[in-house]
Design a binder for this molecule. Structure first.
Ligand SMILES: Nc1ncnc2c1ncn2[C@@H]1O[C@H](COP(=O)(O)OP(=O)(O)O)[C@@H](O)[C@H]1O
Ligand SMILES: [Mg+2]
Length: 225
């Protein structure tokens, strides 16, 4: 039986995670073995975790304290890991997550400074039983470049604000910390390349890391052309 394999996508806002995940989902959906792959999102993923997501995103009504925010992210992750991710991995599936605990280290740890990155790492590992991704694609981009992309997306944001840029810098430092500490699982991608170039690199890496999921069956594209 195939072993499960856990892949995460990480990087600051606007580095291109959703873009790559969408391309991957489309590519895999055309394959005969598309059922081998499960896409999950954070926060969220189960009915209860989706409710927690709503609480986290509904900041305007009653903005959570930073520590509450951290614990809500953790609560959502516990639900998602034990009810969805681990059962899928135990069934031999490839689980692909848009963000995981590296985001908590970068955002709630390094950027917001709620706890040290080291403490967040040990907390998060405790609550999810030590589950660690097998492979993490880190879309690396300079804080300036990411901030420019984000400014373009946010209507009404017409100048670069200093806190915004500083925040992006801290997020990047958080990612640099964890990607150095757990080097073996990280594959760093240059997020300034074109979406297609990045995607081609991702597929090449997957074919090396999980060849058993890419043999025999071919995508419809490969069959037709
Ligand atoms: N490789 C790329 N080069 C230039 N722009 C990109 C690239 N990848 C994504 N974008 C654009 O950057 C913005 C953020 O992309 P998105 O995939 O939503 O990022 P994330 O999910 O990491 O926040 C979008 O407008 C998207 O079209
Ligand atoms: Mg996204």
């Amino acid at each position: 039986m195939k072993k499960g394999y856990f892949i995460t996508f990480e990087g600051g806002e606007a580095c291109g995670k959703s873009t790559q995940i969408k391309m991957l989902r489309e590519y895999l959906s055309k394959r005969d073995n598309s059922d081998d792959f499960l896409f999950v999102r954070e926060p969220g993923g189960t009915p209860l975790a989706e409710e927690i997501r709503k609480l986290l995103l509904n900041y305007e009504v009653d903005k959570p304290l930073p520590m509450t925010e951290l614990l809500l992210f953790c609560a959502s992750r516990v639900e998602n890991v034990y009810k969805q991710i681990l059962p899928a991995l135990n069934n031999g599936k490839i689980v692909i997550a848009d963000r995981f605990y590296d985001s908590t280290i970068a955002y709630q740890g390094n950027a917001r400074g709620i706890m040290s990155s080291k403490d967040i790492l040990s907390l998060t590992k405790k609550i999810i039983g030590g589950l660690t991704p097998n492979l993490t694609f880190y879309l690396k981009i300079s804080p300036e470049e990411a901030f420019k992309r984000k400014s373009k997306m946010d209507e009404g944001m017409d100048r670069i604000e200093k806190e915004g840029l500083l925040f992006h810098q801290k997020v990047k430092e958080g990612y640099d910390f964890i990607s150095n500490l757990e080097k073996d699982r990280f594959y760093i991608l240059d997020a300034t390349k074109s979406p297609q170039e990045i995607f081609d690199e991702i597929i090449n890496v997957l074919k090396v890391k999980i060849p058993e999921y890419f043999t025999e069956e071919k995508s419809l594209d490969e069959k037709n052309f």
